[in-house]
Write a protein of this length. Sequence first.
Length: 209
Amino acid sequence: MRPTEITISEERAAKALVGGVAPTYLQAFAYEARSAAEAARLLDETVQKVHYWASRLVRLGLLRVVGTVRRPGRPVKRYMSTAQAYRIPATLLPANAFYRDEAGRAATLQRAIAAHRPDLVHDGEMRVVLEPDGTVNMDRVPFEGHRPLDEHSPAVLSTWASLYLDRATAKVLQAQLWQLVQKYRSKTDASGLGKDVYLLHIAMSPEAD
């Protein structure tokens, strides 16, 4: 029986999973046994390219052959991923993995915001505030009349805030944000509330010294 989740122990497999497009090809075989040709149609890629990646993923232990279809000439192999989730110990990750992953996700979110709300990118102003306590705050000020919560506006929000909190209050906010994310994640997983995928990024931290 195929495990739902496995822990990666080989550095080459770890690098493949976090360093490029390998997960995209692996996903095509995650829930259904497919041939390279079937996966190619799903991914809108050439059969040759998918076959290359399938062979590579098999060598890395991330994909396995689960059957063959007999036909005149060479039999057609059918593949499935070795799991549906993979855990990668930090010791196998590149030193810059966290920063690279964060930068890539941030760039994807920025492109999505610009596509749905170009006015947030091309209109408005930047506001530089010299605070009495010696700090400098830079705020993105949208155009006048900007109403992100208007019923007819896309469900897009991008905001930064510097909050002056004591630790106890900050821990309450941290818990509330986490619970909010889990609330909507569980609803989506349970019922598939919609076909649209929304990118959500929530982060908070004390400023670095």
